[in-house]
Design a protein around this ligand. Structure first.
Ligand SMILES: *[C@@H]1O[C@H](CO)[C@@H](O)[C@H](O)[C@H]1NC(C)=O
Ligand SMILES: *[C@@H]1O[C@H](CO)[C@@H](O)[C@H](O)[C@H]1NC(C)=O
Ligand SMILES: *[C@@H]1O[C@H](CO)[C@@H](O)[C@H](O)[C@H]1NC(C)=O
Length: 319
């Protein structure tokens, strides 16, 4: 009985992928592409349609309102994407700041800037940007002090992976609450960069390391139709959608189904029975966990704050 259960459980973790690979590519370069993403139209969840693309040179790119960004990694267990922006400051730039552009995400997608990002702004105009919180002011208006750009921050004093410190230009770290505040900050600062705290799995407090890049969180929408479609006992299909109606579709080797691959409807003409192919690959435990984790949608919502925080205005000017 126990053996039977173990087998049943193991088979649940197994998904046939080989047969669908012609419909939906499962990787781009060395980055694995799984539900809810797809790089072929009709694959994955329609919520993430047309946001990822795989270039000819096998580079995965994320399309957002502000441009195309190279994707460095996707984690499905702790759902997030890491992208980089070539216009952001990096060590090699030193104090030769290049023109930059503010990063932004479309508000219509299910992607969210992670609160694990920190931003460093360089050479900001002290007249326009709140740089040093003043104790008296902060006592009275703590909500404004929270949003000042911190020159004494750890990251400014220890520029990640740089062997030098900035000597002529100022650096301060600040978390822009919206792309509007980021845009405003860049009006008064020459350049900026984003750093995210990467989990490295060591013991606290050394379990996170700062790395250049932008961490973008996503949700894994879990639906019973998709779980049924992926279920190996029901044929182990790939979740996708109809490119015209965007309604759910289970992509199977013998055709598509609105439910799952073992549904009577599909294989009706195609009787060249392939039996359960020998080409099974193990669905990683992390992937299975990812789907489970997605049921409790990741909610890391930062408190809404006025878009102009960080930049001095008549409301928060320091006298
Ligand atoms: C990509 O993410 C996976 C899972 O989080 C991690 O194991 C791997 O080290 C990451 N790769 C890089 C290049 O960061
Ligand atoms: C710093 O900013 C000022 C304007 O606020 C600008 O004139 C100057 O060129 C900037 N310095 C560098 C090194 O870009
Ligand atoms: C199944 O769906 C995919 C994605 O929408 C499409 O590319 C493919 O042509 C469909 N296959 C059949 C047999 O309808």
């Amino acid at each position: 009985m126990l053996l039977l259960f173990t087998q049943l459980f193991l088979s649940l973790l197994i998904v046939t992928t080989k047969s669908q690979s012609s419909i939906c590519r499962t990787s781009c370069g060395d980055i694995s592409i799984k539900y809810p993403f797809g790089i072929d139209d009709g694959c994955g969840s329609p919520f993430y349609r047309n946001i990822l693309s795989c270039s000819e040179s096998k580079k995965l790119e994320l399309q957002t309102a502000s441009g195309r960004y190279e994707v460095h990694n996707i984690s499905y267990a702790d759902p997030h994407i890491v992208v980089t922006d070539p216009f952001m400051w990096k060590c090699q730039d030193g104090e030769n700041f290049r023109p930059t552009r503010p990063f932004s995400l479309d508000t219509s997608t299910n992607l969210k800037l992670s609160s694990q990002n920190e931003y460093m702004f360089f050479n900001c105009s002290e007249e326009h940007v709140i740089i040093q919180p003043r104790p008296m002011f902060c006592e009275h208006f703590p909500e404004h002090c929270e949003s000042s750009c911190d020159t004494a921050s750890y990251l400014c004093r220890h520029l990640p992976r740089c062997s030098f410190a900035l000597t002529h230009s100022s650096c301060c770290s600040y978390y822009p609450k919206s792309s509007e505040s980021l845009r405003l900050m860049l009006k008064y600062c020459t350049s900026y960069t984003s750093v995210y705290w990467r989990d490295v799995g060591s013991l606290q407090p050394y379990d996170q390391l700062p790395e250049y890049g932008i961490r973008v969180d996503f949700n894994i929408p879990v639906t019973t139709s998709c779980l049924g479609c992926q279920d190996p006992l029901k044929g182990g299909g790939t979740c996708g959608f109809d490119t015209v109606t965007q309604s759910f579709m289970c992509l199977c080797k013998d055709g598509n189904s609105s439910t799952h691959c073992k549904d009577q409807d599909i294989a009706r003409h195609n009787r060249k029975v392939h039996v359960i192919a020998g080409t099974v690959t193990v669905f990683s435990a992390a992937g299975a966990f990812g789907i489970g984790a997605g049921i409790w949608y990741l909610k890391k919502v930062r408190a809404k704050a006025p878009a102009t925080c960080g930049v001095q205005s008549n409301d928060n000017r320091l006298f």
